[in-house]
Ligand binder design. Structure first.
Ligand SMILES: *Cc1c(COP(=O)(O)O)cnc(C)c1O
Length: 215
């Protein structure tokens, strides 16, 4: 039995049925995506515009593509064309650019606002205090529809810190819903920490290496 489908089955067996799974396939070859697809997986996560475009062209049409990487303004057009959802809206500039581009092609793009709560400065996203104002701005833009909040916990073995980060993200999700009541999705949790994220109310987890192996 191939590894990818076994890994998928094991995770789906532990994941509450109400929590969605984004299989993060970045840097992994198409044959592994096909294996996951044949095992029933439909939501895939990619972090680079060019890789997303290549894989979207090669995979069946019913794949739901989540873009989860930092988005440069010059790649917005490509990602708006190929992605079903952009989870990584991390600046006002990208937010406005996505809305303009989506409107241009007659589309309303589903997006998540990405919040930065982790210890690492290399991670991107809005600061917690920025979320209500950004949500207000996003609600006024015609080319985007905010479906939820996305975030990452600190990259650490310290479960207290990880739990604290997920608690902050859950609180931010509630603040976001006070501005946009329909933005109920909460995307958090990766291979190393997803059970903690689910305990804190994640509605979507993004799991890569635990499905596809190391990158
Ligand atoms: C790569 C990535 C993931 C998946 O990470 P794993 O540790 O491989 O599960 C999830 N979310 C984002 C934003 C990522 O860039």
């Amino acid at each position: 039995m191939p590894a990818v489908s076994n890994n998928l089955r094991a995770i789906l067996g532990q994941l509450p049925p109400a929590v969605g799974l984004v299989a993060v396939s970045k840097f992994h070859p198409l044959e592994q995506l096909r294996e996951a697809y044949d095992a029933g997986q439909r939501r895939f996560g990619e972090s680079r515009a060019d890789e997303l475009a290549m894989k979207a062209a090669a995979m069946p049409d019913d794949v739901v593509w989540h873009f989860i990487g930092h988005l440069q303004t010059n790649k917005v057009r490509r990602v708006v064309t190929c992605a079903s959802v952009i989870e990584s809206i991390d600046s006002e500039r990208v937010l406005r650019a996505v809305s303009v581009e989506a409107e241009r092609i007659g589309r309303c793009m589903d997006i998540f606002l990405q919040a930065h709560v982790a210890a690492e400065e290399t991670k991107t996203g809005f600061l917690p205090e920025e979320i209500p104002a950004v949500a207000g701005l996003a609600a006024s833009l015609k080319g985007v529809r905010v479906v939820g909040l996305m975030g990452m916990a600190s990259n650490t073995d310290d479960e207290n810190r990880i739990n604290a980060d997920f608690a902050v993200l859950a609180e931010l999700s509630r603040e976001l819903q006070r501005v946009i009541p329909s933005a109920t999705e909460l995307s958090m949790g990766m291979s190393g920490d997803w059970p903690l994220a689910v305990a804190h109310g994640a509605t979507l987890v993004r799991i890569g290496s635990a499905i596809f192996g190391p990158r």
